[in-house]
Design a protein around this ligand. Sequence first.
Ligand SMILES: NC(=O)c1ccc[n+]([C@@H]2O[C@H](COP(=O)([O-])OP(=O)(O)OC[C@H]3O[C@@H](n4cnc5c(N)ncnc54)[C@H](O)[C@@H]3O)[C@@H](O)[C@H]2O)c1
Length: 282
Amino acid sequence: MTADRAILSRQLEGQVALITGAASGIGRGIAEVLHSRGASLVIVDIDGDAARQAAAEIAGNGGAAMGLSGDVTDPSTLATAVDTALERFGEIDICIANAGVIGGPGFSDRRDYSDADWDATQAVNLRGVVNTNDAVRPHMAERGSGRIINIASHGGRAPRGDGSELGSIQVPYGVSKAGVIQWTMHLALQIAKHGITVNAVCPGTLWTPMWQRIAVMRSQQQARYLGMDSKEIFDRQIQGSVPLGRPQTPTDIGNAVAFLASDDARIITGQALNVNGGATMN
Ligand SMILES: NC(=O)c1ccc[n+]([C@@H]2O[C@H](COP(=O)([O-])OP(=O)(O)OC[C@H]3O[C@@H](n4cnc5c(N)ncnc54)[C@H](O)[C@@H]3O)[C@@H](O)[C@H]2O)c1
C-alpha cells in the first residue's frame, strides 16, 4: 500500500457516523466502508436486534460501533438515538439518512399503487429523511461542522422505463425520492452558514431485500416475467441498461458516501450524485 493509499484508507479516523436503515442492504454496506476508513458507527434501524447484530459483526463486540432501535417515521426515537450516540461518542460528524421502503404492505401482490404505497414511501423515504436530518442538525450547527448524506435514487431524478416496464406501482417511490433530492438542496442552502454540507447519493440497481420485493411483484404481475425467478428478473433488468455492465454493490454506494463525508468534498453541497454505472446520465 502506498503512503497516499494508507492515508485514504483511514480518512475518517476519529469521526462518528450515524446511519439509518443500516441493518441490511445498502446501509450495511455504507457502514462497512465508513468503518474500514476509521469512523465509529451508530447504526439505527427499525429492527433493533438486526442493528445490534450488524454493529457487532462490523466492529466486533467492544468495537467502535453501536446498534440502536429507531423508526425514522417517529422523531422521538431518533432523538433518543442521537442522545444515546452523544453519550457514547460525544459527537456526530456524519449523518446518513438511508432507511427506505419500496412501498406499503402487500406491495409485491399489487399491479398498481395503493394508498398504502403513497403513505409508506412518503412517511419513510421522504419524512423519514427530513426527521433524520432534523434530529442531528442542531448538534452539527452548534459545532459548526457536519456532513449529511441522503440516499435517494436515480429514479428520483426522472421517470425510468417506458411506462410499461416499471409499472405505475413504483411511481410513489420515485416521487418520494424526487422529494429527497429537493429537500437535500433546500437544507444545503439553509445550513451552509453553519459549515454543514448536505448532499444526496442516487443509487441505481442493487440486489438487496428491497429489489427482491420488486422482482417478486414483477414475477406475479407482469406477463413478460411470468415463470422467471427473482434473480433472473434482476439480471434481465441489468442487461442492456447499465453501460458499465454490472449492478451496483453496497460497497459502491459506501465509497461514494465516504467521499462526500471526507475532507476532499468540503466544498461540495446541495448536489445529487448518481452511482448507477451510467444507467442514467442526468
Ligand atoms: N436496492 C436498490 O436497488 C436501491 C436503488 C436505489 C435506491 N435505494 C435506496 O437505498 C436505501 C436502502 O435500500 P436497500 O435496498 O438497502 O433496502 P433494504 O430493504 O435492504 O434495507 C432497508 C433498511 O431500512 C430499514 N428500515 C425500513 N423502514 C425503516 C424505518 N421506518 N426506520 C428505520 N429503519 C427502517 C430496514 O429494516 C432495512 O434494514 C433506500 O433508501 C432505498 O430506497 C435502493
